[in-house]
Each structure stands twice: as structure tokens, then as C-alpha cells.
Ligand binder design. Structure first.
Ligand SMILES: [Zn+2]
Length: 181
């Protein structure tokens, strides 16, 4: 790694390279064997980034970024929203694990964003859709709305955790590519 890069820039570069590795190889290449399992058991975890991603079964952050055991602190929640419990998880990650990069990872064909656009506000799902609606405002275009949601959630993280770098990204569930906003 280039020593002139800050810790958060280096972490972001690792994620970018990891996604390229995944899309070129088409395989999961993260280390998940006995060696790393024992090492992280004995020495504890030192993840280099926290990723807040959708729970969608087609979006698997470790696979997308070619990361194995101990590398990513992942929060998965429908619509990749940053509400109280997600914020609390990030707080732990930043202040106890020393992580300096957070990524809000949206994705194409997100059901939670579609539900928010359609105005689905009943039951418990409303906790998620109403928050997404705050981020997308009057936007009706699905692609633009998905990006606005990512930006809105990222902005909340920037306000709550000014000491870390917050990156915004969209994952294409068809190509496997992550685009950085
Ligand atoms: Zn989704």
C-alpha cells in the first residue's frame, strides 16, 4: 500500500480493489480458513471498514469486496438505513474498534426503496420506508431515489461521526460492480 495514503483512504482503496477482484474472478476470495479463524480468536478483530448494506439476499458485502474473517464490520438492514440501532453499532465500531471508514452501500432493484416510492407506510416496515422517504423527498425516478437514499444515510453518519470518512456506493446486483458516488 502507498504510505502517503491516510488510513481511511487506504481502506477505501482496499474495498475498490476487492470489488475489482470479485468481478474479474467471479469467485469469493476472502480468507475464511482455520488460520485466520484462530488468529482473530486469539488476537481479536481489527476490521478496516464498517459497511452498512441492505439485507437483500443478493447483496453480500464480504463477497462483493473479497473480504474474509475479521476484515469488515457489517450492518445489514433493509434499505441500508442508519437508524438508532445502526448508529449505535457504528459508534461501537468507530470508538472501540478504531475503524476510520464507513460505507453506505445501496444496490439496484432494492425492494425497500421501491416500497418507499410506492408510499408503503403500514406496520413495522414504516420505520424503514418513512426514513427512506425523508431522503428521497419528491423524487419519483427509482435510480435517482436509490442514490438519494444512500446520500441521505451517509449524511447522517457524517454528522454523527465527524472523525471518520464516509463513502457512498451503489452495488449492481446484475454485474457485481460497485460504483462510488
Ligand atoms: Zn435492498
Amino acid at each position: 500500500m502507498d504510505s502517503s495514503l491516510s488510513k481511511s483512504e487506504e481502506a477505501l482503496l482496499r474495498l475498490k480493489n476487492g470489488n475489482v477482484k470479485y468481478t474479474i474472478s467471479g469467485f469469493f476470495t476472502g480468507e475464511i480458513g482455520e488460520r485466520i479463524r484462530k488468529e482473530t480468536f486469539e488476537n481479536g478483530q481489527k476490521p478496516f471498514a464498517v459497511v452498512i448494506s441492505c439485507s437483500d439476499s443478493r447483496v453480500i458485502p464480504e463477497v462483493i469486496f473479497s473480504c474474509g474473517i475479521g476484515e469488515l464490520f457489517v450492518i445489514r438492514v433493509a434499505g441500508n438505513v442508519a437508524l438508532d440501532t445502526e448508529m449505535a453499532s457504528i459508534d461501537y465500531c468507530v470508538n472501540h474498534l478504531g475503524v476510520s471508514l464507513a460505507v453506505v452501500l445501496g444496490h439496484t432493484n432494492c425492494g425497500a426503496v421501491k416500497a418507499a416510492l410506492k408510499g408503503h407506510n403500514s406496520g413495522l416496515v414504516a420505520r424503514i420506508t418513512s426514513d427512506i422517504q425523508k431522503g428521497i423527498g419528491r423524487e419519483q425516478d427509482y435510480c435517482s431515489a436509490s442514490k438519494l437514499n444512500v446520500k441521505y444515510q451517509a449524511e447522517k453518519l457524517r454528522e454523527a461521526f465527524p472523525s471518520i470518512k464516509v463513502a457512498e456506493a451503489m452495488y449492481d446486483i446484475n454485474t457485481g460492480c460497485v460504483s462510488w458516488l
